[in-house]
Design a protein around this ligand. Structure first.
Ligand code: SF4
Length: 418
């Protein structure tokens, strides 16, 4: 995840004081033990069943039960292991996590153990009574997906009235004081609605906006031919950066974050060079410390049956199962070549990513897109929207472009910067 607002707040502070602020620490003490590195943020798909069948669902979820899901006790056992491994943050997801009958029992236990708990939901089931239960469970954050206004969202979510129900959920939770964020995944079919969603966020006084680039997993891979054009992506990021900057410099506390495209860090550096060049070196240092793509390092995934993946987009690559082996062991096992490669810095990527001047910032971006389009997890990421000139490689070499999904991996090369 790329936290735009964190950088914008630092920049606002630098502008106000004349000094760029010191970095936040990333290590911590596990309860009752010596200092050790923080464990990854764990995105945990507790259930695969969903009341919707969204077009970009990475889990291919549908409205039926899936066999082999973790029992309540198995979830509790994993929580113990995660706590001992110094994992601090859990994002409980699905499918639709609110369909899991023991969700509130799991949330209560995780909360009592000291975890930060987020809930990732489509929001359509959250009426007033359910909002009260979510609020009472003490979720630190609830992310609700909105992929456009009205019919645009309904079309994505394949449910008429989904937008109204999700917006009602936002309002119910806001009224109770639960921190809420809007989650937007952009494709060429809904890019036009980004300004409207940002306005909605302002009007509804929502705390957070999560902008997700399309990743090529599950139905998102099937529909990758509808991914946003690079120019539309740049325009979206320009708008997000300006919105976040306006908020930060006026003392606002809204959060703007992005996911699934770590070139956003490099693009922010270019924005700073253009708008606030005095702080470009400081921002560059901070971006390098951030390091870009965190799959397999700072972010992890456990799916509904207990399989562990480098992140939620790697469900087609399993590292082990928590029923057979603790997560902490699976996560540190480098015998899996993909995991070893993800944990290597710098990552041994090739194509234009290998020669890119921003590799230390971006980390080579999203390896899933590279693998789904080319068959090679270390090829260039076709989702990179920066030009050859910007990344500092000679123009003219062919580059990988995203092709429509045809049930097999297809590589298509086009002249660079076309
Ligand atoms: S070329 Fe690759 S490494 Fe460079 S910014 Fe783009 S995705 Fe990141």
């Amino acid at each position: 995840m790329f936290r735009i607002s964190q950088f914008m707040h630092e920049l606002a502070q630098a502008e106000a004081t004349g000094v760029y602020p010191a970095p936040a620490r990333r290590t911590g003490k596990s309860p009752g033990s010596a200092t050790q590195p923080l464990g990854p943020v764990v995105i945990w798909n507790l259930i695969r069943r969903c009341n919707l069948t969204c077009k970009h669902c990475y889990a291919f979820s549908a409205d039926h039960d899936y066999p082999g899901e973790l029992s309540t006790q198995q979830v509790f056992d994993v929580l113990d292991d995660l706590q001992a491994f110094n994992v601090r943050a859990l994002i409980l997801s699905g499918g639709e996590p609110l369909l899991r009958p023991d969700l509130f029992e799991i949330a209560a236990r995780a909360k009592a153990m000291g975890f930060y708990i987020g809930l990732s939901t489509n929001g359509t089931l959250i009426d007033e009574p359910l909002a009260q239960r979510v609020h009472a469970a003490g979720f630190d954050y609830v992310g609700i997906s909105l992929d456009g206004i009205g019919a645009t969202h309904d079309k994505f979510r394949r449910l008429e009235g989904a937008f109204d129900r999700s917006l009602a959920a936002v309002r119910h939770l806001q009224k109770l004081g639960t921190k809420v964020g809007l989650r937007f995944t952009m494709t060429e079919l809904n890019a036009f609605d980004l300004p409207n969603l940002l306005n909605l966020m302002r009007d509804e006084q929502v705390d957070k906006f999560y902008f997700s680039h399309l990743n090529y997993a599950g139905r998102g891979n099937i529909h990758r031919g509808k991914d946003a054009h690079h120019l539309a992506t740049r325009e979206a990021l320009d708008l997000l950066y300006q919105t976040a900057w306006d908020d930060a410099r006026s003392g606002g506390q809204h959060e703007y974050v992005t996911g699934n495209n770590d070139a956003d860090g490099a693009y922010l550096l270019q924005w700073v060079r253009q708008h606030l060049p005095r702080w470009a070196d400081d921002v560059q240092q901070r971006l390098v410390a951030w390091g870009g793509n965190a799959s397999g390092v700072h972010v992890a995934n456990i799916d509904n049956v207990g399989d562990v993946h480098p992140d939620t987009m790697w469900w087609h690559h399993t590292l082990g199962n928590v029923k057979a082996r603790p997560f902490s062991e699976i996560w540190m096992d480098l015998s899996d070549p993909l995991m070893a490669g993800l944990k290597t810095r710098p990552r041994q990527v090739h194509g234009r990513c290998g020669g890119c001047q921003y590799l230390a910032i971006c980390g080579g971006n999203t390896r899933v897109r590279a693998q789904q389009v080319t068959g090679d997890a270390w090829a260039e990421d076709p989702g990179c929207y920066l030009s050859d000139e910007e990344i500092g490689v000679a123009p003219g070499d062919a580059r990988v472009v995203t092709t429509a999904y045809r049930g097999r991996k297809v590589i298509e090369l086009v002249p660079s910067d076309s």
